[in-house]
Unconditional design. Structure first.
Length: 134
């Protein structure tokens, strides 16, 4: 027999000291928002970092204008965003027509852009809103 103190086998979910590990509850707040998914998919498609895209969006530039400046196609960007929304949101994914409008959103500041995109993806367009001409 081995010398030392007898230690029973740990049960599933127990820590070193014998206590139970807390359950981790993934709240809805930790799930990425629609605006975050849109700009992350755009960053991947355009080959930019997320912060770079966020900085450009904060200067009242739309994703469609950014794609044009980078020499990428608008239809490819739209396809990348639609696919990302479909993969992450499932049935609640936005229609391609709404994503086309989202690509034209140009707001002052990141927070304003994010709020506008969230409203559009939820189907709530503000009165008098129209996409800036790209």
């Amino acid at each position: 027999m081995a010398r030392g103190r007898y230690r029973p086998a740990k049960r599933r979910g127990e820590t070193e000291r014998g206590g139970r590990t807390p359950r981790i509850d993934v709240a809805a707040a930790t799930w990425p928002t629609g605006a975050t998914i849109v700009y992350a998919a755009a960053a991947l498609y355009l080959g930019l970092g997320g912060r770079d895209v966020r900085d450009v969006l904060a200067t009242r530039c739309s994703l469609a204008q950014l794609a044009e400046r980078r020499g990428q196609s608008r239809s490819g960007l739209k396809r990348a965003v639609v696919n990302a929304l479909r993969r992450t949101r499932g049935r609640r994914a936005a229609a391609a027509a709404v994503v086309g409008q989202v690509l034209d959103v140009a707001e002052d500041g990141w927070t304003a852009w994010q709020a506008m995109v969230e409203r559009m993806l939820a189907g709530r367009h503000p009165r008098g809103w129209r996409a800036d001409a790209a």
